[in-house]
Design a protein. Structure first.
Length: 95
């Protein structure tokens, strides 16, 4: 979804390994990539320390904000409008 020229996705980082994998992807991409929780906190998604710290604080409602459309790169972390993590279910709804 694009908001004010930025691409915004709801994501879930279930494990510390998810956080590491997400940062590894983000660091290879162009432009600003941020994680935001509500209106209070925003961190650079390319910062491993920042992302792991956010994970430890149990951020909820995490948004990934990108300058470019990186949906496919972050697809395994993106939560659909039905709040079903894409990395758990296949197209038939089976795990």
């Amino acid at each position: 979804m694009s908001i004010n020229g930025k691409y915004v996705y709801s994501i879930e980082l279930a494990t510390t390994q998810d956080a590491k994998d997400m940062v590894a992807i983000a660091t290879k991409l162009k432009g600003k990539i941020l994680l935001k929780s509500g209106t209070k906190f925003t961190i650079n998604a390319k910062s491993l320390l920042g992302v792991i710290y956010a994970k430890k604080l149990n951020w909820s409602d995490i948004k990934l904000i990108c300058d470019f459309d990186y949906y496919h790169e972050f697809e395994k972390f993106i939560i659909t409008e039905y709040s079903i993590p894409l990395r758990i279910y296949d197209k038939k709804g089976k795990t």
